[in-house]
Design a protein around this ligand. Structure first.
Ligand code: DQA
Length: 167
């Protein structure tokens, strides 16, 4: 017999056995595909593939499923955020340069109603004035910034705890 959760899963199109509460979407904005070679003094030597592998390992340990993506295109990020509505329990986003410019990404997060954790590898509040303004922060539950790529692990841990509390 199908549980109430299974019926809800069918209705909302997420996999049976995996509640929405299990799903974390990690989005990465422009130029983060160049991690490892891009300004290593600021962003470190780890590649995005290594960051993803570490996130996957942690997600497995925490029993949550993970969708990890990167795009250099604002519209693609907006589409992914909107598609997450009702399907994802938590969005972890490093919107990179779009953090400081994109009302579209802010609006998408607000429209998605997905609890959002903002991540930055560098400590944006200690950097140039134009990086100290974040549109994402207007919608985010919290901000993790300045811990290097380890910040992604902190965000996933926080996302998993938030999801567990909500379910
Ligand atoms: C960044 C900070 C942004 O200012 C910058 O444009 C990035 C990366 C970070 O992770 O520290 O691309 O989001």
């Amino acid at each position: 017999m199908k549980s109430e959760h299974d019926i809800e899963a069918l209705r909302y199109g997420y996999a049976i056995g995996k509640t929405m509460a299990d799903k974390i979407l990690v989005l990465n904005g422009p130029v983060l595909n160049m991690l490892g070679v891009r300004q290593p003094k600021i962003y470190g030597r780890e590649t995005l593939a290594q960051v993803e592998a570490d996130c996957r390992k942690l997600a497995r340990r925490l029993g949550v499923s993970l969708d990890f993506r990167q795009s250099n295109h604002e519209g693609e990020l907006v589409d992914w955020i909107l598609k997450a509505r009702g399907k994802v329990s938590c969005l972890v986003i490093n919107a990179a340069a779009y953090t400081h410019t994109s009302v579209a990404i802010l609006d998408a997060i607000l429209a998605s109603e997905v609890p959002t954790i903002e991540v930055h590898i560098s400590h944006i509040l200690k950097r140039e004035p134009f990086r100290q303004r974040s549109f994402v922060s207007e919608a985010a539950v919290g901000l993790i910034s300045g811990f290097g790529t380890f910040g992604y692990q902190l965000a996933i841990e926080a996302a998993a705890r938030m999801a567990a509390r909500a379910s």
